[in-house]
Design a binder for this molecule. Structure first.
Ligand code: PEP
Ligand code: MG
Length: 598
């Protein structure tokens, strides 16, 4: 830290650009967050802090402002250091110590003070010193020093915010080619600021598959690789980058052979997309005449065009929390009514199943302070929050009822663990309906209320649930996580348990048969339905409705159109009684032997 801030660390010889030295191709491993392959130029996403005032009249005042901000910065760092999370030794502790050293470094402080004496405001002086440092360090390729620069950047940003600068968090690319955004982590709104036409892929240094930005990236249907350690220090702006979201690998400055093979797979996937688009008008029906309803998952207005493009039957899961997650403050009833109304307008009469807020746990809202939990996925989330603090749920239900006045309204409650919770949620809905009626507002023409089946305990109350619910939707992401006791975000366990296992398929069959007996509509809205092989098995077990990623509609439909359901059903019946770890291989072989397009 001392070396860095003294500015004497790098001699001019060390600053020599790497001219003529071709940087070698690199392969960086990460985790798969969204499938697909993309090639483009790297854009390094930094937080962009905007300052409001550049010059100042009185340097004395500015020096005092700087000192006060520095005191604030140091005490924030001290508080951080004293927090229980930081109590132990380890790398994070060392990083923090480095921050504290930089914050107290005389060279850094001196140069900021000197900049103020030239007539700059305190914030402009801080930024000037930051820019100088960036220029000095720009050509250094050593990852160690690059890493130090990002630390200093972070510290400077904190200081700028203390001085009243605003966090604009955007950086516009300087290339007309397709771009790959490389970020430490970023807010979902920042990703939405990039032009959809040029944004081709995303590489995150952090980023869990369920992080907000990952959810948005999936909605945009761009390939994403997360947890790529040191992406920031290894990737330079405008480097050529291949994002292989299928394997969780990033190729940096790829050689010609790698480029060619990926260009080929990009071409093939666009050819496949064109074939699926051509299948848009074809009915979703199997060779032996079994019809399956295909819906899409959505959560933002930008998803709505997918409904028309994919030719889907409707929206089987509208994740309302995304609207709340991309905003800086809680949306009012009027704002929510407006958005839900527009969703219904854009759906043009096709059904939209609105899932009430599934927040809490790992889906945090920036404006709702949360207590940290040991097991957030099993913590205070979704309907649990809704029932304990009903005002948020009531406002949302009010907005949904108003938006759907005179139209069809489908409402679905998430994370229902027992029938009693469903009853209580329904009672809150009834209250809101009553309230609207008292105000003489037009009610929805039809109201259908469903539950997500994503907690295994509910499987054991299926008859009682089905007597009360108009429909159910299997949330296989969470259902499998709880069924196998496997954290859905833990990459080490990602491949360990399989929906295509005797255990999970037996549970699925129980649900599907239970619903068929009582004539209650059942769909599946987890990621599994987007995979043709999984969808094939579920259709074999009797499932007739899915809600999948928009980009998966074509593949699932083509699979269905090549499938004969009756023989598969018989085959599965025998198969799920076996003791295999997974039936994936056997089902794949079955598909290959029967010409099923997987
Ligand atoms: C699920 O759990 O399968 C689901 C669709 O909900 P989410 O992924 O939003 O938790
Ligand atoms: Mg879920």
């Amino acid at each position: 830290a001392e070396m860095l801030t003294a500015g004497e660390l790098i001699s001019s010889a060390e600053l020599a650009p790497t001219d003529g030295i071709a940087l070698l191709p690199l392969r960086l491993e990460g985790v798969r967050i969204n499938a697909g392959v993309a090639i483009g130029r790297a854009v390094l996403h930094h937080r962009r802090i905007q300052i409001r005032q550049v010059v100042a009249e009185d340097p004395k005042v500015e020096l005092v402002r700087l000192d006060e901000a520095l005191i604030g910065l140091r005490s924030a760092l001290d508080r951080l250091a004293a927090s229980p999370d930081m109590a132990q030794q380890g790398e994070h502790r060392e990083v923090l110590e480095t921050y504290r050293m930089v914050a107290g470094d005389r060279g850094w402080l001196r140069r900021m003070r000197e900049a103020i004496q030239t007539g700059l405001s305190a914030e402009a002086a801080v930024q000037r010193v930051q820019n100088d440092m960036r220029v000095r360090m720009a050509q250094v390729t050593d990852p160690f020093f690059r890493e130090r620069l990002t630390e200093l950047d972070d510290l400077t940003n904190r200081l700028l915010l203390l001085l009243g600068a605003v966090d604009a968090e955007t950086e516009l690319p300087e290339t007309s080619e397709g771009i790959i955004v490389v970020a430490r982590d970023m807010s979902p709104t920042a990703l939405l600021d990039y032009d959809r036409r040029t944004l081709k892929g995303l590489v995150l240094e952090d980023g869990a598959p369920t992080s907000h930005v990952a959810i948005i990236a999936r909605a945009l249907d761009i390939p994403v690789v997360g947890r790529v350690g040191q992406a920031f220090s290894k990737i330079d702006a405008l480097d050529q980058v291949v994002v292989d979201g299928d394997r969780g690998v990033v190729y940096l400055r790829p050689g010609e052979d790698v480029q060619q093979s990926f260009s080929e797979s990009v071409r093939l996937s666009s050819a496949r997309a064109a074939a699926y688009a051509a299948a848009r008008e074809l009915p979703a029906v199997s060779r032996d005449g079994v019809h399956v309803r295909l819906h899409i998952n959505a959560g933002l207005l930008i998803d709505m065009p997918h409904l028309e493009e994919s030719g889907a039957d409707g929206i089987g899961l509208y994740r309302t929390e995304l609207l709340f997650m991309v905003r800086r403050s809680f949306p009012s009833v009027a704002e929510q009514t407006n958005v839900y109304g527009r969703v219904l307008d854009l759906a043009r009469g096709k059904p939209v199943v609105f899932r009430t807020l599934d927040i809490g746990g790992d889906k945090a809202l920036p404006y709702l302070p949360e207590e940290s939990e040991e097991n957030p996925a099993m913590g205070w989330r979704a309907i649990r929050v809704g029932l304990d603090r009903p005002s948020m749920l009531r406002q949302q239900l009010r907005a949904l009822i108003r938006a759907a006045a005179g139209r069809e309204l489908y409402v679905m409650f998430p994370m229902i663990a027992e029938v009693d919770e469903f009853e209580r949620a329904r009672a809150i809905l009834a209250l809101e309906l009553e309230r609207e009626r008292a105000l003489d507002a037009a009610p929805p023409a039809i109201l259908r209320v469903g539950a997500m089946l994503e907690v295994p305990s509910l499987v054991y109350q299926l008859p009682q649930l089905l007597a009360r619910a108009d429909f159910i939707s299997i949330g296989s992401n969470d259902l499998l996580q709880f069924h196998f006791a496997v954290d859905r975000n833990n990459p080490r366990l990602a491949e360990r348990y399989d929906l295509l296992s005797p255990s999970a398929l037996t549970m699925m069959r129980r649900i599907i048969i239970g619903c068929a007996k009582l004539g209650v509509e059942v769909s599946l809205c987890g990621e599994a339905g987007s995979h043709p092989l999984e969808a094939m098995a579920l259709i074999g077990l009797g499932l007739r409705s899915f809600s999948v990623a928009p980009s998966a509609i074509g593949a699932v439909k083509m699979m269905l159109r090549s499938l004969e359901v009756a023989p598969l059903a018989g085959y599965l019946e025998a198969l799920i009684g076996q003791a295999d770890h997974s039936l994936r291989k056997k089902l794949k072989d079955y598909a290959a032997d029967h010409g099923i397009a997987i």
